[in-house]
Design a protein around this ligand. Structure first.
Ligand code: FAD
Length: 488
């Protein structure tokens, strides 16, 4: 039978292994780390468990589809719940709101607490749905790199509506037109960070994202985010996929314009199909260094990175939910620091993710597991030790002000993840969370295709290639990619 080798066991690498095994390939995955999942992994600190990277889960059907393809009932293997509250928002002036999943309830909450007419929320989410309906079929479910995508009737319909799809204004401009209260503009601008972009630069097209969270829904896997990795890894094993851990691929071997194998620990493994799940930029710099380089793509600005403190907190804060945001008083200056100055603003927006709210065994009784994160620039060789030390102080004093507490005295255990360690652990260029940024209008067109146009039998999946970063799009990259691979 024909053989497919996959470089990397990120979530897209695992999804690709499942799809190719179902197609009839004999599949082997080579992973540099000792564990599967890449960014989607977990850590344990004393009595606390933390999801290490992604915390927000949308489009669960992308996971379920893989079980169905394999002829299994997804509910028996991967269980999740819909969130009633997508996020708890806090501001320095004491205002607090809950973003209820029920749009009408959210709209009423916003009208009562922030004085923004409920109708504005309903209209904004309708606009968001409109962008989704017109762009998802085109951008998310197909390759942008095939002529047929551009000439089908749906595409032509979309071009005619580009004005309404927000390609010509920024997200911030569009949100200022939709809302009168600056707090709502800020709340909706935050969605740019879901793919590591800057709301003051990124096109308003990214207003597609609130649709995912409100109209489609935000979810939580009952066993934690890491269960997305674990359940799909198990499915791959059940389908006969072979995983090699601690196996860093040194080179993708190319002969006469054709990928023929990989080099691992000095040994050659031959194959009919090679799939690269490693970050595209670092892949060209290392395992494809001898091949023609897509210079334009490699030089695109990267998305932002993150600074995360995993804190075991020996207290229960009843005002906090699964997702919490403590907003900066000056959002624009915060983003200028991240995207223009390559630095961290002294009043950062703090995100606190607490899975023990939904999954109590993630923390000891009466305690909480805080994944406390701020957006930071990607790694350009800044003096991170001093930036991180300052940011830690600023984050704690912000939390103390807003939650009226003394956090330092409640921290039982601590670990940290930052741009350098993100790059070190998953080989992501500059520690960026989502590959290239979407800060300019053409960025969506400037992602690497799901196949190589120079090298036969070489394919690409993952958050750094088309259609984009984040779990749902990474899973879709595997789907689009496998569409190009013929059955053996
Ligand atoms: P990656 O997870 O990047 O994994 C690539 C794998 O390839 C790694 O395991 C790496 O070790 C391996 N590898 C690299 N080089 C080699 C080599 N030479 N040989 C062998 N193996 C190699 N997304 C969301 O949807 N929601 C969120 O809330 C969210 N929050 C995030 C927060 C953080 C802190 C981070 C870091 C990311 C977040 N993301 C979020 C983004 C999401 O994690 C990624 O888009 C997604 O997991 C990328 O998956 P991937 O398949 O591209 O592979």
């Amino acid at each position: 039978s024909q053989k497919a080798l996959i470089v990397g066991s990120g979530i897209a690498g695992i999804a690709s292994s499942i799809r190719l095994a179902i197609k009839g390939y004999q599949v082997e995955v080579f992973e540099a780390n000792a564990y599967p999942g890449g960014k989607l992994s977990e850590i344990q600190l004393g009595g606390y468990r933390f999801d290490a990277g992604p915390s927000l889960f949308t489009l669960p059907e992308q996971v379920e589809e893989l079980f169905r393809l394999a002829g299994k009932d997804p509910q028996e293997h991967f269980d999740y719940q819909k969130l009633e509250v997508a996020c708890h928002y806090f501001w320095e002036d004491g205002k607090q709101i809950k973003a209820w999943a029920d749009i009408n309830r959210f709209a009423e909450e916003v009208e009562t607490k922030l004085g923004e007419p409920a109708q504005h929320i309903r209209q904004a989410l309708k606009n968001s749905a409109y962008i989704y309906e017109h762009l998802a079929p085109l951008f998310m479910h197909r390759s942008l790199h095939q002529l047929s995508t551009w000439t089908n009737a749906q595409a032509i319909k979309s071009y005619l509506k580009m004005g309404k799809l927000g390609i010509f204004s920024t997200m911030n401009q569009a949100n200022k037109n939709q809302f009168q209260n600056p707090k709502l503009v800020q709340l909706f601008n935050r969605y740019a960070t879901y793919n590591g972009s800057d709301p003051y630069q990124t096109p308003a097209t990214l207003n597609i994202i609130p649709h995912l969270e409100f109209n489609i829904g935000a979810y939580f896997p009952k066993k934690g985010m890491h269960d997305i990795t674990l359940s799909l890894y198990q499915l791959a094993l059940d389908l006969g996929v072979k995983f090699h851990f601690n196996s860093k691929v040194e080179e993708i071997l190319v002969e006469k314009g054709k990928a023929v194998g990989i080099l691992v620990n000095g040994e050659t493994h031959s194959a009919d199909v090679i799939v690269n799940n490693m970050d595209m930029v670092n892949a060209y710099k290392t395992i494809l260094r001898k091949q023609k380089q897509p210079e334009k793509l490699l030089s695109q600005p990267k998305s932002s990175s993150a600074l995360i403190f995993y804190w075991g907190i020996k207290k229960n804060f009843h005002e906090l939910g699964l997702h919490n945001i403590l907003f900066s008083d000056d959002y624009q200056t915060e983003f200028e620091h991240i995207f223009k100055k390559g630095s961290i603003y002294q009043d950062p927006t703090v995100y606190i993710n607490i899975t023990s709210v939904c999954k109590p065994d993630d923390a000891p009784e009466g305690c909480m597991n805080w994944f406390t994160m701020i957006n930071v620039p990607n790694n350009q060789g800044q003096d991170w030790d001093s930036l991180i030390a300052k940011a830690r102080k600023n984050m704690i004093s912000k939390i103390n002000r807003i939650l009226n507490t003394d956090l330092e005295s409640l921290i039982e255990v601590e670990d940290v993840l930052e741009p350098r360690s993100i790059e070190f652990k998953t080989s992501s260029a500059n520690g960026a969370l989502y590959g290239n940024s979407s800060n300019n209008r053409f960025a969506a067109f400037l992602r690497h295709a799901n196949y190589s146009s120079d090298i036969k039998n070489l394919f690409f999946c993952g958050g750094s290639v088309h259609p984009g970063g984040g779990i749902p799009l990474s899973l879709l990259s595997a789907k689009i990619m496998s569409g190009f691979i013929p059955s053996p």
